[in-house]
Write a protein that binds this ligand. Structure first.
Ligand code: TYM
Length: 349
């Protein structure tokens, strides 16, 4: 059996602002894991260009978005001394390994990806090849570091299954060469998704059946990490709810997606569980719960925007974090890519 030492990698796209879904679904676990694991967190700028230029906004918008998201990472609590924080495009090995994985992954596997179907919409013929290939690059992001754990929200589960399939097929297809080169039975780990907490799928504040997302045309549907305290409170007070009060137990949330979403958000923000929240608020008025949630959200989230602005006032600092992080990331990625070339039979001089 090959063993892999624990290593964490995850990433977010620099397209628009980060929002509460990114924060509760992924970031809280990122912050937690930097205390216990070797962690790499990347700003996935190569993924940000997979849609039409009119969607991602062009070079100036991208440059700003990369710095904004990096500042958001640090403002949320990632510490550049504990985590390697970098942008994907500065480590060319991600794209190089993605090419090798393009030749490992099968069309049938990619045809099953639901996120491509959602993003490409009806006019699939006009979607970029990159949008289709997006999950293969994501597998390369993870496996170029032989990452064993990937903390993400629920919506990334299918992509992580593809990552496991790619690792497994590579290990099998090249088993002899992997062993001959002294890597034992497996070159890549079979990565575990880390999808944990009471808010792994945060829903729109306007419609509890839709995922909270950057692309929703209604700004009231999401809480951005750049929102002011007033906006955060207003969006929660305006959040859609049904006519009933809060139930005393989790089972009573069934079939009530808006109520379930708000209770999950409260539990995640307060670091407790859905049951604990209902023990406190169950049986009471929804309006009282919403007021408490608005206060809690302002307390936890409003300081992030302030800290982001402070960091962005010194772009040299933020760029320095990315430079240092990219160097450290390359130091891990380059030898792995060199091994891959040798395993595949490329002549390495
Ligand atoms: P992205 O940029 O769409 O989202 C970043 C992270 O936020 C989580 N997330 C949510 N969690 C709960 N509720 C929501 N409404 C919600 N919206 C977003 C996502 O699950 C994700 O964890 N493909 C990835 C980026 C990526 C990546 C990687 C992740 C590229 N390479 C390698 C992990 C490892 C994405 O588009 O995330």
């Amino acid at each position: 059996m090959s063993t892999f030492s624990p290593r964490v990698l995850s990433g977010m796209q620099p397209t628009g602002n980060l929002h509460l879904g990114n924060y509760l679904g992924a970031m809280l676990n990122w912050i937690r894991m930097q205390e216990t694991h070797e962690t790499l967190y990347c700003v996935v700028d190569l993924h940000a260009i997979t849609q039409a230029v009119s969607v991602w906004g062009g070079p100036e918008v991208l440059r700003k978005a990369i710095l904004d998201v990096t500042a958001a990472y640090i403002a949320c609590g990632l510490d550049p001394r504990k985590s390697i924080i970098f942008n994907q495009s500065q480590v060319a090995e991600h794209a190089e390994l993605a090419w090798v994985f393009n030749c490992v992954a099968r069309l049938g596997w990619l045809d099953r990806m639901t996120q491509f179907k959602e993003k490409a919409g009806k006019d699939k013929e006009r979607a970029s090849v990159g949008l289709y290939d997006y999950p293969v690059l994501m597998a390369a992001d993870i496996l170029i570091y032989k990452a064993t754990h990937v903390p993400v929200g629920e919506d990334q589960k299918q992509h992580l299954e593809l990552t496991r399939d790619i690792a497994q097929k590579f290990n099998l297809d090249f088993a002899e060469s992997i062993a001959a080169q002294g890597h034992g039975e497996a070159f890549f780990p079979i990565t575990d998704p880390v999808i944990q907490g009471p808010a792994t799928r945060v829903m729109s504040l306007r419609d509890g059946t839709k995922k909270m997302s950057k692309s929703d045309p209604s700004d009231l549907s999401r809480i951005n990490l750049t929102d002011s305290a007033d906006d955060i409170a207003k969006k929660i007070r305006k959040a859609k709810t049904d006519a009933d009060g809060l139930p005393p137990e989790a089972a009573g949330l069934k079939g009530r997606p808006e109520a379930e979403n708000l209770v999950g958000i409260y539990a995640a923000l307060s670091g407790t569980s859905v049951d604990a929240v209902l023990a406190q608020f169950g049986g009471g008025q929804f309006s009282a719960f919403k007021n408490a949630l608005a206060d809690l959200a302002v307390l936890k989230l409003a300081p992030i925007a302030g800290e982001m602005n402070r960091l962005l006032a010194d772009p040299g600092y933020v760029q320095g974090v990315l430079k240092d992080g990219s160097e450290r990331a390359r130091a891990i990625a380059q030898p792995v890519m060199r091994d891959v070339r040798k395993i595949m039979g490329f002549v390495v001089s």
